[in-house]
Design a protein around this ligand. Structure first.
Ligand SMILES: [Zn+2]
Length: 256
């Protein structure tokens, strides 16, 4: 009986956390404080009342518009809240109570924020990538993958793309991977361990290539316009965290 309640409360908590992630996505790239000022309309600057801060429901009731200035409120806000809520509910069901649940939820929140910030601004803030790498390593002492795999993961997560980026820069004189991507891979390695960070890198590269080729085929892609790799890394890391374990087992099985 405890699990259904845990799933329910975790989902509710996730909706509120999603609201906070929206604040992070909006304010972190602008170097604004996360705590002050309180939530306000980005068009008319009016401070929002408590019911306008209710996740998802407020947006639906207000039909996506500010109550006073009627400026449109992007649908991405309630979608982030909804996605975070579903992620929290799913993780509670999947992992049950414990440190692994805490670890995976923190990791998931960081990925959501990095996904949107990289997509919009093409940056991956150090406060999340470097701060998160430290946090992931500390948590690995009490959760899978364990501190040894976490340490190897953060080192090769950073090292492989760093070497690739260097080679790319020397050979073609252009920047393929940014340092932000390197730090983000260290973060993923610290939380998921060395096997899953390699899986993440492979999945993100395939995803990036498919989307890149799609854009070229649709003649919408400017070849020089770099696709935000951090956005693909975020999707791939979520996939690796949720479904990577059996894939690694199957792959290792080949060599037995
Ligand atoms: Zn307004």
């Amino acid at each position: 009986m405890t699990i259904p309640w845990l799933v329910f409360f975790s989902g509710m908590l996730g909706l509120s956390v999603g609201s906070f992630l929206n604040v992070c996505i909006y304010r972190l790239p602008l170097d604004q404080s996360l705590a002050f000022p309180a939530s306000h309309c980005t068009s008319c600057n009016r401070k929002l009342s408590w019911f306008e801060n209710v996740p998802v429901v407020a947006w639906v009731v207000l039909r996506g518009r500010c109550r006073t200035c009627h400026a449109a409120i992007a649908a991405v806000y309630p979608l982030v809240e909804l996605f975070t809520g579903v992620m929290f509910a799913w993780a509670a069901w999947r992992y049950g109570p414990g440190w692994l649940l805490v670890s995976r939820l923190l990791f998931g929140c960081m990925l959501i924020v990095l996904f949107f910030i990289d997509l919009r601004h093409r940056i991956l803030p150090n406060v999340i990538t470097i701060g998160g790498t430290l946090l992931g390593f500390i948590l690995s002492f009490v959760t899978p993958p364990g501190w040894v795999s976490s340490l190897i993961g953060l080192v090769i997560g950073a090292l492989i793309p760093f070497a690739l980026a260097e080679a790319y820069l020397r050979l073609r004189k252009i920047e393929g991977l940014g340092m932000g991507d390197v730090k983000m891979l260290a973060l993923i390695g610290a939380f998921l361990g060395w096997q899953l960070v390699l899986l993440t890198l492979a999945v993100a590269s395939v995803l990036g290539s498919i989307v890149g080729l799609g854009l070229i085929a649709a003649r919408r892609g400017d070849m020089k316009l770099a696709l935000p790799f951090g956005t693909f890394l975020a999707i791939a890391a979520m996939f690796a965290a949720a479904a990577g374990e059996p894939i690694v087992q199957w792959y290792v099985g080949f060599y037995r």
